[in-house]
Structures are given as structure tokens and as C-alpha cells.
Design a protein around this ligand. Structure first.
Ligand code: AMP
Length: 249
């Protein structure tokens, strides 16, 4: 079966992000960019399913500027078979991404779309759910275990206070949680091989998708600086300060 994996280009999780001077957005100039960590987990899951013989082809899709090719190449080095870049320099919001993915799903007809539960830049947690709604495919979000059976997939979901297992009829959308797997590192030979794997480029216009943003970012600002702490000599002093200074007990 064919699996589509959505990989997003985001600021690397080790980078301390800063807003632009005019507060209009996060400053991404000269900043290390990587695959969104949850998308890396999605690629790993698809590759494991391929290694088990359940999946026959993995297509990695990314939407955004030309440089998203780097993240697609990383997915190809991790084991995806071919890539599709939906190229645009315009801002892409979750609904626009979900609409582009829907157009690709209609063309590629995958049995499963595996995506991250969330992108670490926008913290949206929307695209997978929107794709499920737009296509009518079943959705298993926050997956910590994925078991493909004949014509269906069992997804164990991380929910508040426990786990829930749902069975979805294929084709389906699965979004990954942190504990689903631990992604491998790409080996140098695989990075070299990935350069020769096919990567097609299309655009939202080619897919017939209107990507006009539906929301407007008014301001981006860093969190308030934390006040320096104080050291207390003993528990009695701590209790006294909590009672009389912080007034929390
Ligand atoms: P979000 O709804 O923005 O938190 O993103 C959830 C997931 O949707 C990500 O982990 C990706 O799998 C997918 N996604 C979102 N934006 C993009 C994009 N520009 N390109 C590829 N995949 C994306």
C-alpha cells in the first residue's frame, strides 16, 4: 500500500527563536531549519511499515518555499521513495495546507496519510484534522501505536489520563505523538542515494487551491522575562515567604 507523509520545514528545535524587530513574525533569517520533529516520527513510522512489508511506497510531501526540498531530501534519506514539493513563497496556514494535501491525495490515492500531530513553529495541531474532514477519511490523532490490518488500521491514541485504541477504515489520516517511535539518523550512503530519488514540484495554483490566509497575525512577542529567584535558608523561611510575600498559602 502507498503512504503519503507530510513533512514541514520549521526552525530547528534547538534554536532559541526571536521575533523580528517590528514584531511582525519570528525571525528566520540565518536560522537553522529542519524537519518538524513530529513529521520525522511520521517518516520513521512509514519506513518501519515498509520494512515490515506492509507499505510498498512512501511519498514525502512538503509545502512552502523552494528550500523545503532540503526537508524532502532528508525524508528520502530516511527511507521515503519519492518527494513532492508544493512550492509557494506565500504564507501557508493549516487550512491551505490541508486543501493542497487533499488535492495530492486525490491524485496519488494513498491508503494512509501520516502527519505530525503538531508543527513546533505554529503549534496549530489542525492540519491532520482538517485533512480528515475535507477528504472524509477517518482520522486517528496523537498516535502512540499504529497497527495496520486487512483494510483497516488500529491507532492507539494518547489521551488525558490514558490510552484509547480506535480502529479506522482505510484510507485514513494518522497524526503522530512523541512516543510512537524514535526516528533513526540518516546514514551517509542513504543521504547520497536520496539525491537521486525523484522529487516533483507543483504549486497551489497547479493543484487548483486558493491559499489565501484566513487569519492575520497581529503581533509576535517573546514571553516576559522571568524574575531572578532568591535562595532561602530553610523550609520555615520558604513557608514564611510563600505566606507573607507571595501570599499563595
Ligand atoms: P499543524 O496543524 O500546523 O500543527 O501541523 C500538523 C502537521 O501537518 C505537521 O506535522 C505536518 O505533518 C503537516 N503540515 C503542516 N504544514 C505543513 C507544510 N507546510 N508542509 C508539509 N506538511 C505540513
Amino acid at each position: 500500500m502507498k503512504v503519503l507523509v507530510a513533512v514541514k520545514r520549521v526552525v530547528d528545535y534547538n534554536v532559541k527563536v526571536r521575533p523580528k524587530a517590528d514584531g511582525s513574525d519570528v525571525d528566520t533569517a540565518n536560522v537553522k531549519m529542519s524537519i518538524n520533529p513530529f513529521c520525522e516520527i511520521a517518516v520513521e513510522e512509514a519506513v518501519r511499515l515498509k520494512e515490515k512489508g506492509v507499505v510498498s511506497e512512501i511519498v514525502a510531501v512538503s509545502m512552502g518555499p523552494k528550500q523545503c526540498q532540503e526537508q524532502i531530501r532528508t525524508a528520502l534519506a530516511l527511507g521515503a521513495d519519492r518527494g513532492i514539493l508544493v512550492e509557494t513563497d506565500e504564507e501557508l496556514q493549516p487550512l491551505a495546507v490541508a486543501k493542497c494535501l487533499k488535492a495530492i491525495v486525490e491524485k496519488e490515492e494513498p491508503q494512509m496519510v501520516i502527519m505530525g500531530k503538531q508543527s513546533i513553529d505554529g503549534d496549530n495541531n489542525q492540519t491532520g484534522q482538517m485533512l480528515g474532514a475535507l477528504t472524509g477519511m477517518a482520522q486517528g490523532t496523537f498516535a502512540s501505536e499504529v497497527v495496520v490490518e486487512d483494510g483497516s488500521v488500529k491507532v492507539t491514541r494518547e489521551i488525558d489520563g490514558g490510552l484509547q485504541t480506535v480502529e479506522l477504515k482505510l484510507p485514513a489520516v494518522v497524526t503522530t505523538d512523541l512516543r510512537l517511535n524514535e526516528p533513526r539518523y540518516a546514514s551517509l550512503p542513504n543521504i547520497m542515494k536520496a539525491k537521486k530519488k525523484p522529487l516533483d514540484t507543483t504549486s497551489p495554483a497547479d493543484l487548483g487551491v486558493d491559499i489565501t490566509p484566513r487569519t492575520k497575525t497581529l503581533k509576535v512577542e517573546p514571553p516576559a522575562e522571568r524574575q531572578a529567584g532568591v535562595k532561602v535558608a530553610d523550609v520555615a523561611e520558604l513557608v514564611e515567604k510563600l505566606k507573607n510575600e507571595a501570599k499563595v498559602i
